[in-house]
Design a binder for this molecule. Sequence first.
Ligand SMILES: *Cc1c(COP(=O)(O)O)cnc(C)c1O
Length: 404
Amino acid sequence: MSGGGRDTTGLARDTLYVAAGRDTDLPGRSVNPPIVRASTFLFNSLQELESAAKAPFDGAFYGRLGTPTTFAFERAMAQAEGGYRSIATGSGLSAIVAVLVGFLKTGDHALIVDSVYEPVRRFCHRVLAGMGVEVTFYDPGLGAAELEPLIRTTTRLIYMESPGSGTFEVQDVPAIVALAKRRQLVTAMDNTWATPLYYRPIEHGVDISIHAATKYIVGHSDAVLGVVTTNEATWGPVRQASQDLGASAGSEECNLGLRGLHTLAVRMRQHEATALTLARWLAEQPAVSRVFHPALESSPGHAHWKRDFDGSSGLFSIELGGMSATAFDAFTSALKLFSIGFSWGGFESLILPAHPEKTRTAPAWQGTGPLLRLHAGLEDPADLLADLQAGFVAAARTKDTGSP
Ligand SMILES: *Cc1c(COP(=O)(O)O)cnc(C)c1O
């Protein structure tokens, strides 16, 4: 897939990402906006201070509310996502929290997808529950007809993550958006997997799009950063909540996010191609019972992905049905190019076991063996295939030696 298409100005996304965030008015400007490290900005008079206080998010006012570097990243992301404005936060999780806190008050109810990034579920149980906010986790496979009965008079928000964390179910976003608009509910979606290159939730009617920029946008595993992009109606509450939480992002991180965005398109095409090669090969391996990759026909919600997305990224998972713990250990230990570690979206290949059986409730997860999440990095695909092949050989050998 060539991926991404053109934005509303008629420019290809590759073109858009190159100059995104650059301040075109400044003479003698550098290609990269300077990294402004600042808590304090100076004013020449009290009048100047007072007028700046009227629009603190539009110019340098106080470091926590943003710096010229933060604003450059926010402008670039708003453009990339086709949204009204963006708000940079210190992490992907704090971006999500700002959205939840911005719209949910005591007595409110939210519908949150059951395949949600796990720390969000913990936030709901530990913090939202304590604030008197109730949450229902819903099956990512639900259409509008099955979702509507879950809406209460107190429901304010429908939260989506598509594809879901670890298990990659693709949701029926247009149907959920239509339902939410009819019932006057706010919609938010975690768009980290697809990046703005392959999906733009706001263009599909979702009110709020969230990224763990830590992943593909920064793209080099060297910063933690979040960003929320909103439509005009939802900007105020999210902006206010992020400030009330003190959830601001550092200038160095925003610089890395902006730098990553400029090369996002070319990186994503490589991640996409390699992941597809690996996923299709893995689907043929006898040890692999299921492959969860939205671009594979057998993957849950594939038809939604095909209808709505412009491409697929480098993250997917495999189920190793019936594989013993010993064999799984041998498989993962034999891999030389896939390292074990949290996060993804950088240039390197990674693996991490996923445990939906420990968290999923709608419905409980039915697995037949270990579930392994893979991130296809920018290494040569043939080398990665050979690495996985060696892993399967090591796993099979545990049977020959009679290990349990
Ligand atoms: C990693 C991740 C997050 C959280 O991002 P952090 O920057 O680690 O806080 C949120 N959503 C998804 C889908 C993620 O993969």
